[in-house]
Design a protein around this ligand. Sequence first.
Ligand SMILES: Cc1cc2nc3c(=O)[nH]c(=O)nc-3n(C[C@H](O)[C@H](O)[C@H](O)COP(=O)(O)OP(=O)(O)OC[C@H]3O[C@@H](n4cnc5c(N)ncnc54)[C@H](O)[C@@H]3O)c2cc1C
Length: 438
Amino acid sequence: MKADQMNKDDIIVIGAGIAGLTAADELRRAGRSVTVVEASERPGGRVRRVAYNGDSTEAGGQGIHSNYEQMLAMVEREGLTQDLMPSSEKIVFLDKRGKPKLHSSSTDLALIAGPRGALDLMKFTAKYFSFAKPFEQFETAIDIPEYDNVTAAEAFRSYSKPFHDFVLKPMTHAMGNCTPEETNLYYVVNSFKLALTTKIFALRTGNATLLERLAAKQNMVYGAPAAKLLTTGGRVDGVQLADGRALKTSHVIVACPAGHAGTLVPDEFGPAKSFLSGFANIPLPLVFFFLDRPVGGGVARWFGHAHHDAVFNMAVDHAMKTPFSVPSGKSIISAWPTYPHTLDLVKQSDAEIITHALGDMEAFIPRIRQWVEHVEVVRHEWGIARYPVGAHRRILDFKTYAEGLEGVSFAGTDYEFVHMEGGILSGQRAARRAMKDN
Ligand SMILES: Cc1cc2nc3c(=O)[nH]c(=O)nc-3n(C[C@H](O)[C@H](O)[C@H](O)COP(=O)(O)OP(=O)(O)OC[C@H]3O[C@@H](n4cnc5c(N)ncnc54)[C@H](O)[C@@H]3O)c2cc1C
């Protein structure tokens, strides 16, 4: 379908990530006419795979947690349930001398963290898990000021160093791609709950398969970045593409990353524009090292925080984590940096980033340099949302304001705690609103 062939009653979805494609799929299944305009040449957005020589892995949107009810239903609808495979998680922490300590149960973690760290872990679990204030896990729906108005670093200031090194820093790294100084307690409590109560799965051929299936049923226009929303009398009634074409429509669902949505929104929607333009996403360059052999030892993930403050302080071996997608059995090691280090990295060339990552990976896999067969740098321009102090209040205020706008809805994980399930829920809500609108 070409954009020029659409009619003005079509609903337009901007962005073919999980939120946008969910919205489009809901509308299509309800018999509505919908067109998805996507800036890139592929569906999936931040759900994407990297592949080399028959092996592949997730480079974004990695884990489908066992409580992702809507996503699991979608997997079933698309006939992919038999492809849902459990991921495995055996973790190594480096101690302060750089010696590896294997962790495969919470008892191990308590031993690794030592008596003071273990005590703090118990305190943390009791306060923020057993007695945590209730909130929706995949939706920013209520404000909890004591979680929102403090950074994770500040909230745990009185906790021991081992707790920070073996629990807090690894958790904010793995779940939030940032340091405890850069995220609020709200997000950490949510991540902790998710990590503690769920199992993780992935699709055999990559989670991107799900989104490719959804996109295959849609009127897709690829390579068509939206440049701005068009309005008449304060109501959104069209989209102007970057190539100058103006598409008329009854409703627009803006499902591109929040920060980018800020460039599309007209000045007349002042509060939305300033919120979206200032939205804190984490740019994330990831390096994938395809090795010529398995690393061995059964380790799926390494953390180096107790040892040093390296830029790439977390590594994942995808042949261990998701062996079903790596038929050769050779290791694929991904190197993960944290925000704010990522701000410097994104200005560097691929070669510089690879050199840096390789140096940091040697702490985990001393001979990695000799084993690299192929390297790929995946640059996520938006990474995942970052939730600094007060972020959840600002999201709630934006949602209230956006409810009052006509002809437009916003969808995306950025507004809902980053998880894919949140993207699906927000895509569903946007579709319902678009249907009510006309
Ligand atoms: C490395 C990494 C690991 C992750 N791991 C997990 C995980 O384990 N579990 C989990 O649940 N989530 C995970 N996430 C988060 C999850 O993948 C994302 O939050 C989610 O995929 C974002 O979906 P979205 O639809 O909101 O946005 P996106 O996927 O970003 O989709 C937005 C789309 O809009 C397009 N676009 C942008 N600008 C325009 C424009 N002007 N016009 C038209 N189109 C435009 C983009 O090209 C993109 O396709 C991870 C994310 C990353 C980066």
